[in-house]
Write a protein that binds this ligand. Sequence first.
Ligand SMILES: Nc1ncnc2c1ncn2[C@@H]1O[C@H](COP(=O)(O)OP(=O)(O)OP(=O)(O)O)[C@@H](O)[C@H]1O
Ligand SMILES: [Mg+2]
Length: 264
Amino acid sequence: MSHANPNAGYALELKELRKSFGKTEIIRGAELAVRPGERVAIIGPNGAGKSTLFNLISGRFAPTSGEVLLHGTRIDGKKPYEINRLGLSRSFQITNIFGKLSVFENLRCAVLWSLGYRYSFLKFLSRLEDANERAEKFLQMIRLEKKRDVLAVNLTYAEQRALEVGITIAGGASVILLDEPTAGMSRSETARFIALIREVTEGKTLLTVEHDMGVVFGLADKIAVVVYGEVIAFDTPEAVRANARVQEAYLGSTVAEAQAGGGA
Ligand SMILES: Nc1ncnc2c1ncn2[C@@H]1O[C@H](COP(=O)(O)OP(=O)(O)OP(=O)(O)O)[C@@H](O)[C@H]1O
Ligand SMILES: [Mg+2]
């Protein structure tokens, strides 16, 4: 992205981040520094604050204190669309898809958005052809060529999630947040979806919240363990697996299950 500050070093940074709802502090001094191109899985018990972290990063909530930096630029307190414009995209459980547009049209909208069509109608016209070509490319990338002209609302759940990731990439995001992207998918859909994510997010910075340990260890370069509003560990999967504090706080049984071949 043109917004990248080459001196920043990190794609995304959380510094001493805090968030209270009423009197209850939910995020309690979270720290994280993610390098460009890293794929990070965020794990942790229910209610630990994983989705709240995403809400703080994406601008849905302003933090009570602390900083969020995107490519070295402060984004805490900015509006979601402003943050999106700076190259960060978050997928929601209720998706960003336009149900009444076709798969192709959804992708083309995202491409046009990334080209900045809003600023000039002439520029828009001159780039329309280019946008069509790019949208076709993204359509292939998410392997929905056969569903090209199907209304998005008529896709299967897994297909909608794939389209959503496609929209994110087509929209030019460099940092992508996915909150439990495989929730509600079958085992085979999950496997296919993870392979797809690996492929289409190549070179992008990815943060994903995930409960399925098979998925976590298959996808992530690094794992961030969130417990009670803090990042208690941030390291390679091997190191996190071996981390006594993580074992104690959270991981022990789930990792043992995944290693035993359960994968879930
Ligand atoms: N808007 C809000 N107002 C008040 N409390 C909230 C709000 N959003 C989240 N919380 C509380 O913050 C805590 C953390 O919630 P969060 O959804 O971030 O957890 P999580 O780690 O994503 O959990 P899960 O794995 O179940 O999705 C919970 O106790 C939740 O009830
Ligand atoms: Mg959550």
